[in-house]
Design a protein around this ligand. Structure first.
Ligand code: SF4
Length: 323
């Protein structure tokens, strides 16, 4: 079997927490904790969880914006950390990111043409007429017209700005795109247009996506596989159809219980979650979900459950002592 296009192996990301007069490091915040995931050619992997679960940090680590504290990031089977600068740059061209806030991610002092030129400049690709042709092709690919190239970001609507964010990510012809809540800053009416564009691009270009979202309805529609994160860890992963039909982890069950389901297709097996995700600086012992879990038992406070296979097909895995 060929290597996955993108693979995280026991990946952890920590940040120093500084305090006091001299801004000394007083603690470490572990935002991603030993995550192992993979994305294969043409696949859409959804990463879901509440705010603060670590999904955005994981996404940024997967495109190389945050270096792993431990674990490995592999692109087509090659460990990014072991490569020289030039080889790493070549490899990371294959993995690009679309950010949540299309306004904040576009430089307000540059026209759209200049914004789309940046990836070509950074990687020394396509100059002169060839670059202009590639840029025109990109705007057309995302459903905009060449005249948009002469506009400033503030002259575009939210949906148009996100289309530019997608065009910029496509400039280097990546194989994988990490999409961090790409629809959540958009009006409801625009969300479906951008979602349709993402589906269309994925099919036309054979792209793989890591789709980070808290919107489970969209994840169910778009994704082949889903990973559910809680406090930096993956607590359940499965093919999307299996996960939405029969979630196994109590956290996944509670997340799904909060999704409006006008035509009930699944039995409600949990109540929606109460309370907030604890701070990673004060992560609960054992299973970090135990303070909110209706099924928690004494051993849940003491030991961390392993992510293990919980179905007969060997495709669904969950981290819970009761499974
Ligand atoms: Fe709940 Fe315990 Fe399972 Fe954690 S390990 S999800 S606390 S039952």
């Amino acid at each position: 079997m060929t290597a996955p296009l993108l693979q995280a192996e026991a990946l952890s990301v920590e940040f120093p927490v500084r305090g006091g007069l001299f801004r000394r490091e007083v603690a470490r915040l572990r935002a991603v904790d030993g995550v192992s995931l993979e994305v294969r050619a043409g696949e859409v992997l959804g990463v879901v969880g509440e705010s603060g679960c670590g999904k955005t940090t994981l996404g940024r680590a997967m495109v190389g914006l945050y270096p792993p504290t431990s674990g490995r990031l592999l692109v087509e089977g090659r460990d990014v950390a072991t490569l020289g600068v030039a080889a790493r740059r070549l490899l990371t061209r294959d993995v690009q990111m679309v950010f949540q806030d299309p306004f904040a991610s576009l430089n307000p002092r540059k026209r759209i043409r200049q914004i789309l030129e940046v990836p070509f400049e950074v990687h020394g690709l396509a100059v002169g007429a060839e670059r202009e042709a590639r840029i025109r092709e990109l705007v057309e690919l995302v459903g905009l017209a060449p005249e948009h190239l002469d506009r400033w970001p503030h002259e575009l609507s939210g949906g148009q700005r996100q289309r530019i964010g997608i065009a910029r990510a496509l400039a280097l012809q990546p194989k994988v795109m990490v999409l961090d809540e790409p629809l959540s800053a958009l009006d409801m009416s625009i969300q479906s247009q951008v979602l349709n564009l993402l589906v269309d691009l994925q099919q036309r270009l054979g792209l793989s996506y890591v789709f980070i979202s808290h919107d489970l309805s969209i994840v169910e529609y778009l994704c082949d596989t889903v990973a559910v994160m809680y406090l930096g860890r993956v607590v359940e992963t499965a093919p999307a159809a299996a996960l939405f039909a029969a979630p196994r982890h109590p956290y996944t069950q509670a997340l799904l219980a909060a999704v409006p389901d006008p035509v009930p297709r699944r039995e409600r097996i949990a109540r929606p979650l109460e309370g907030d995700v604890p701070s990673p600086l004060q992560a609960p012992s054992g299973c970090s979900f135990h303070p909110r879990c209706p099924l928690a038992q004494p051993r849940c406070r003491e030991s961390v459950p392993e992510l293990r296979v919980v179905d007969t097909a060997g495709l669904q895995r969950a981290a819970c002592h009761l499974l």
